[in-house]
Design a binder for this molecule. Structure first.
Ligand SMILES: [Zn+2]
Length: 244
């Protein structure tokens, strides 16, 4: 048995650590058993240099995808740890709907690997904001948890108040790309006092069409941010409908 964190035994008396992907009891929190681990699809090079979308092998390391070539995103670079699919969606839903926090340190390490240079270049790590009425009903913002875990992992400042959602919009689930852009447009502001002249790394749980990250990037630039990158735990790589 490996070394265990102080207090782990006490935690076991209350609730034994459970795999992040099944009901199996595991040695310590944040562990995933081998079979379930093989079901996770980590996103690796070659990726679009801008949005991080997986590219065919024959494209050079600095290639961009067709979507970015046609219309460059408002952020400079976006990366994601995992493809959003039937397996990784369980991690997201447990976090978002279940408020399950034991995976956060491991998610932070995956996001840090995916983000690479984006982390070193960042002055601040800021979550995609949630409207205060939604936050009051839900009690937590999973993007803020992820951003905080990543900031801790990377030793960078966490700025939970850098971005604010000024209008409550309907949930993005079931909306098309253009509907999502319209839905989120103008609903996010950045606090110039916190972000002016700083390079900001925006964090979210899922990147779907990129509309939310676009809105954050636009707000940050308007507030004078020195640069904007983004990292998410997962991203949709196929045009699937994400009902979250
Ligand atoms: Zn791209």
């Amino acid at each position: 048995m490996g070394r265990r964190a102080p207090g782990a035994f006490l935690a076991d008396l209350i609730w034994p650590p459970r795999s992040l992907l099944s009901d199996q009891i595991v040695e310590r929190p944040g562990v995933i058993e081998a079979e379930a681990w093989r079901g996770l699809h980590f996103l690796t090079d070659p990726l679009c240099a801008q949005c991080g979308f997986p590219l065919p092998d024959d494209v050079g390391a600095m290639g961009v995808c067709a979507a970015c070539a046609a219309d460059a995103p408002g952020y400079e670079r976006a990366r994601a740890a995992l493809s959003y699919d039937d397996v990784s969606s369980r991690l997201v839903l447990d976090l978002k709907r279940g408020g399950r926090r034991d995976g956060l340190p491991v998610f932070a390490s995956w996001m840090a690997s995916a983000a690479g240079a984006l982390i070193q270049d960042a002055d601040l790590i800021a979550p995609v904001p949630m409207h205060w009425t939604r936050l009051a009903a839900r009690t937590f913002n999973q993007a803020a948890w992820l951003a905080q875990a990543l900031a801790r992992h990377a030793g960078k400042p966490w700025a939970p108040a850098a971005l604010v959602r000024t209008k409550r919009r309907r949930s993005q689930g079931g909306l098309s790309a253009s509907e999502r852009r319209r839905n989120v447009g103008g609903a996010i502001r950045a606090r110039a006092k916190l972000v002016a002249g700083r390079r900001v790394l925006v964090v979210d749980d899922v990147m779907t069409t990129g509309a939310t990250l676009e809105a954050c990037a636009r707000a940050l630039r308007k507030a004078g941010a020195g640069g904007v990158d983004a990292v998410t735990l997962t991203r949709v790589v196929r045009p699937v409908d994400v009902l979250i």
